[in-house]
Design a protein around this ligand. Structure first.
Ligand code: AMP
Length: 144
């Protein structure tokens, strides 16, 4: 990576971390999020999969050629994975299964990544549990 690109990379990671920390400090209140508006179809989104319990739509700021968010339609306290209780195991399984269906629908079943950012240190910015399904390019490990 050349120096200018490296500096841009560090600046953008730092901004992402700062934004996530600010979001964590101000929004993990259990209040409505932008995803409620998407579920209610109050704002537009590009939906790729939907069933009774789960909605999957394209991320507005894609980090890969395929970048889809999979969310529960009813949050039921799941602002993040750390809020999971035994009553949530069914919806957690449905979300993971939906991620697999989305990967197939998007043509990336041979290789993709499913990510849950949790909390400020996990760079979570929207406090409604969501899985990121990322694919269509070679993933790297370890993740940043
Ligand atoms: P996280 O940082 O893990 O909380 O992920 C939140 C994701 O929501 C980010 O990747 C954002 O780009 C995405 N996002 C925020 N607002 C919207 C929106 N209106 N439509 C689609 N994706 C969104």
């Amino acid at each position: 990576m050349d120096t200018a690109r490296f500096v841009r990379h560090i600046a953008s990671s730092t901004n992402e971390e700062a934004a996530a920390k600010a979001a964590a400090a101000t929004t993990d209140t259990g209040g409505p999020t932008i995803f409620d508006k998407i579920i209610a179809k109050g704002i537009p989104s590009s939906i790729v999969y939907e069933d009774e319990n789960v909605l999957a739509f394209r991320d507005i700021n894609p980090q890969a050629p395929v970048h889809v968010l999979v969310i529960p339609k009813v949050r039921d306290g799941l602002t993040g994975l750390n809020k999971a209780e035994p009553r949530h195991t069914e919806i957690l399984g449905q979300l993971l299964y939906a991620a697999k269906v989305v990967a197939e629908k998007e043509g990336v079943a041979n290789g993709y990544r499913v990510v849950i950012n949790n909390g400020a240190e996990g760079c979570q910015s929207v406090y409604h549990l969501h899985l990121h399904v990322l694919g269509g390019r070679q993933m790297k490990w370890p993740p940043g």
